[in-house]
Design a protein around this ligand. Structure first.
Ligand code: HEC
Length: 126
């Protein structure tokens, strides 16, 4: 490969990487806005519950449902075998009552793009 070609390829690769990172940031931002509008009242700012209602959503991934040390947990959540991963969250958030009959979570997120954004945002919570 000529030097010129190498420089061109390197430039294209780096542009593609930057575009990917920018897209991820955009999605996380969209997820944050959605969270502020639809989840924060119960789950608290940045996912840390400052109300007595929803459990904190910080460090959610990998945690068993109903095992957080804040907020209220239903018997349904405590007794479920669900561990929060991207796919279990996707199913739960799109229809909580179907996925976990008896859960106290009533909010549904139906739009796939909104779900992706939310899941990306939740992943950033410390
Ligand atoms: C009206 C209050 C309320 C709102 C609004 C709300 N939640 Fe919840 N959420 C709860 C409650 C209460 C629980 C506990 C459910 C249970 O134990 O059955 C919960 C549980 C959860 C859980 C499982 C937590 C765990 O530790 O097992 C997730 C994930 C979740 N909510 C995400 C969301 C998202 C994302 C939104 C916004 C789209 C949202 N919630 C909006 C009240 C709310």
């Amino acid at each position: 490969m000529s030097i010129l070609k190498r420089v061109l390829v390197a430039g294209l690769l780096s542009a593609a990487l930057h575009a990917g990172a920018a897209q991820a940031d955009e999605s996380t931002d969209a997820g944050r806005h959605l969270f502020e509008r639809r989840c924060q009242t119960c789950h608290g700012g940045t996912g840390r519950a400052d109300t007595a209602m929803g459990p904190s959503l910080a460090r959610l991934y990998g945690r068993k449902a109903g095992s957080g040390d804040s907020g209220v947990h239903s018997r349904a959540a405590i007794e479920s075998d669900t561990v929060w991963t991207r796919s279990s969250l996707r199913r739960y958030l799109s229809e909580p009552g179907r996925e976990m009959p008896g859960t106290l979570m009533a909010v549904r997120v139906r739009e796939p793009k909104e779900l992706d954004d939310l899941l990306n945002f939740l992943e950033t919570l410390p």
